[in-house]
Design a protein around this ligand. Structure first.
Ligand SMILES: *Cc1c(COP(=O)(O)O)cnc(C)c1O
Length: 221
């Protein structure tokens, strides 16, 4: 199946889910996730109109960004402190910010590099035995406090990977977004939903869905 065919199928899924939730489908951003996919497929997706792609690994993202300078890449994967500088040089947005120390470091480096990089906070919805990354709900205020003093790292929203089949996680994220919006007095975007659960994400009010395999096909690890 071609990317165009898969995209058509995905557009249908998005439209149905949006209609069921009484939402405007054009308000939902489709972010293609190109990790472990070849440059040729990213070029094909760019020809279909996509200009921004999600990546999970700093090194892989840096190589792709160098090879495809007209496209923008967003970091979705865990970020180690020793890769922070390279991440700021490679990605136009960091969606996996999950701890105050990292925010402080990114802030200092953004100043040094003289760049502004919108960030999203990744919220941990898993139990502590997994390594999906993300900030525990209880630790959010400390992280937000670091960001609120830093104009170089504007906070765009909340990102999460709900555990498969965990419907309550979507409702939890919708509620968390609502509470933080009240506290901060401004709107925050929500990025939930991947190939397998975009319907639940749209029902929960997600503004962005991050689609890898259902668009590009299986990843070549
Ligand atoms: C890999 C990944 C995706 C895409 O997952 P698919 O199931 O292939 O659609 C989305 N978000 C994050 C954070 C990912 O790591």
């Amino acid at each position: 199946m071609s990317l165009a065919d898969r995209l058509e199928g995905l557009r249908t899924r998005i439209q149905r889910a949006a209609a069921a939730a009484d939402r405007d489908p054009s308000s939902i951003e489709f972010l293609p996730v190109s990790k472990k996919q070849p440059l040729s497929l990213i070029r094909e997706a760019a020809a279909l109109g996509f200009a921004r792609f999600g990546e999970n690994y700093v090194q892989e993202g840096a190589e792709k960004a160098a090879a495809l300078p007209d496209l923008a890449f967003v970091l979705l994967g865990p970020l180690q402190r020793n890769k922070a500088k390279s991440a700021l040089q490679t990605f136009t947005e960091i969606q996996s910010l999950d701890r105050p120390e990292l925010a402080e470091r990114l802030g200092r480096l953004a100043e040094e590099l003289d760049v502004v990089r919108p960030v999203w906070i990744q919220v941990d919805l898993w139990d502590e035995t997994t390594k999906q990354g993300g900030c525990a709900e209880a630790d959010l205020p400390a992280l937000i406090a670091v960001l609120s003093g830093d104009a170089r790292l504007p906070l765009r929203g909340l990102m999460a990977l709900p555990p498969p089949g965990d419907d309550a996680a979507f409702t939890q994220m919708a509620g968390l977004r609502e509470r933080l919006q009240q506290d901060l007095g401004r709107s925050l975007r929500l990025s939930l939903g991947m190939s397998g659960d975009l319907e639940a994400a749209i029902a929960a009010g997600s503004d962005q869905i991050r689609i890898g395999t259902a668009f590009f096909g299986e990843r070549s690890y």
